[in-house]
Ligand binder design. Structure first.
Ligand SMILES: [Zn+2]
Ligand SMILES: [Zn+2]
Length: 251
């Protein structure tokens, strides 16, 4: 399984990070449509795109407007969106609306609520999901498995103990970490996570590797915090970086 990191920042772009978007180029599966998705057409290796959305905050959906031209010109043949009813309602009511962006591209919509057992199989990859309750309006965690490796994407949540089972022993956990430990008091209030809490989660769930994403964009650096203390909790932790290509297993 290959995973291209298109955007690893939270809230708004910084000099080093676009907002949330990840792509499995060989399978044509993407996660979230933040500003980083402008990089997607060049990285895709399929004609059709299956795009799973965590929730409808702007930093996760604004890039849907960037898919208008690639669809119009045929650079991408089709885009199927997967999300919950709350997310789809926000996209059609607030994102593609007069006068900000009147032309909704020809997306196909698949409601997560309509898929039985909360999973779907696409191009040899099984995608399953779970609602995350600890973020304003909620979010959705995803698990992707191709028979050889398992990868979980968890963003916009406080570490609340509700999704331990989903991410148990994955080869790679890409988890949000908006705050350093210095600002940990803000995490629960805002529905986000902080460093030592995410490292402890990775240890407790016995994941193989942890990459931190959805970093506070005021931290305008590739490596904003010293990870020494976090690595005492969980050694294989690092910052997710835009434009990195991950190969699982191995890497
Ligand atoms: Zn966000
Ligand atoms: Zn959010």
């Amino acid at each position: 399984m290959k995973i291209q990191l298109l955007g690893t920042g939270g809230y708004h772009p910084s000099d080093v990070r676009q907002t949330a978007s990840f792509l499995l180029p060989e399978a044509g599966i993407a996660l979230d449509a933040g500003t980083g998705i402008y990089r997607l057409p060049a990285a895709m290796q399929t004609e059709d795109l299956h795009l799973f959305l965590s929730h409808p905050h702007w930093d996760h959906i604004i890039g849907l407007t960037y898919l208008y031209v690639p669809l119009l010109t045929g650079q991408i043949r089709s885009v199927t969106l997967y999300g919950n009813a709350h997310t789809f309602a926000a996209i059609s009511t607030h994102l593609f609306a007069e006068p900000t962006f009147s032309h909704m591209p020809d997306f196909q919509f698949v409601l997560l609520e309509d898929l039985s057992e909360s999973k779907v199989e696409l191009n040899g990859v099984q995608v399953s999901w779970q609602p995350l309750p600890s973020h304003p309006g909620g979010s959705t965690a995803y698990l992707l498995e191709d028979g050889r490796s398992r990868f979980a994407y968890v963003t916009d949540t406080f570490v609340d103990g509700s999704y331990h089972e989903l991410i148990q022993e994955v080869d790679l956990l890409i988890h949000e970490c908006y705050f350093s430990d210095e600002l940990s008091e803000w995490a629960e209030k805002t529905g986000h996570s902080y460093l030592s809490q995410v490292a402890s989660l990775a240890r407790d769930c016995r994941v193989k590797q942890l990459l931190l994403t959805h970093i506070d964009p005021r931290e305008n650096e590739e490596s904003p915090w010293d990870l020494t203390a976090a690595r005492e909790i969980f050694p294989l932790v690092d910052f997710a970086r835009d434009q990195t290509l991950i190969q699982l297993p191995g890497n």
